[in-house]
Write a protein that binds this ligand. Structure first.
Ligand code: CA
Length: 203
């Protein structure tokens, strides 16, 4: 049996991103990756194909407003400020919007498009959280591989309904080379009061 948290008290409910249903393109984009520093030892990567993406189904015991936070890492070897030029092996900060404001992903809750945050996932442990396009990180990035450092990215508030809720992230096609990519995803949290959240399972 599920037990409700104390009345009025905000509680974080954590969901591992790798439990998603995938919309695959080219057979393996996106895919679950093993990452020693990821929650549960796994995360989602290869978010680099237009019209690929993920769906998560969450059950809520009540209609509530939730704070949604994704935990993401840069997986980006493309300089987003230079038309996504390949800068391998320099790991670069990874944005959710292009410099001209285009959305790299489409984010929906229960079929409704929700504003994508103007956030850039930084590359290193010192970066903390995110910076915005108005306050970009230093140029160049750092040597290394992906999934070096996980950062919280606030997606703001979303409206959940009683029962089943469907959350999706789908990749957009933003340039001819289809190289505008989404940061890797470890898990997400939904912070709510007066509701119990869990994975949705069919009765
Ligand atoms: Ca995970």
């Amino acid at each position: 049996m599920s037990v409700l948290p104390p009345e009025g008290e905000a509680v974080d409910f954590k969901f591992e991103a790798e439990e998603a249903e995938f919309t695959l393109i080219d057979g393996s984009h996106p895919q679950v990756e093993t990452a020693a520093n990821a929650s549960g030892g796994r995360s989602i990567g290869y978010l680099d194909r237009a019209n690929s993406g993920m769906t998560w189904e969450i059950h809520s015991s009540a209609a509530v407003t939730a704070e949604l936070t994704f935990v993401m890492s840069s997986s980006n070897f493309l300089d987003y400020e230079n038309d996504f030029a390949n800068v391998w092996p320099l790991l670069s900060p990874q944005p959710l919007k292009t410099p001209d404001g285009g959305d790299i992903i489409t984010f929906t809750v229960n079929g409704q498009a929700v504003e994508v945050p103007d956030a850039v996932v930084k590359t290193d442990e010192d970066g903390h959280l995110v910076v915005t396009n108005d306050n970009p990180p230093p140029e160049g990035g750092i040597n290394g591989s992906v999934n070096m450092a996980w950062h919280e990215v606030s997606f703001g508030t979303v409206q959940l309904q009683e029962g089943k809720n469907t959350i999706t992230i789908m990749l957009n096609s933003l340039n001819a080379a289809n190289t505008a990519t989404c940061p890797n995803i470890d898990f997400f949290t939904l912070t709510v009061a007066d509701a119990f959240l869990s994975w949705f399972t069919a009765e």
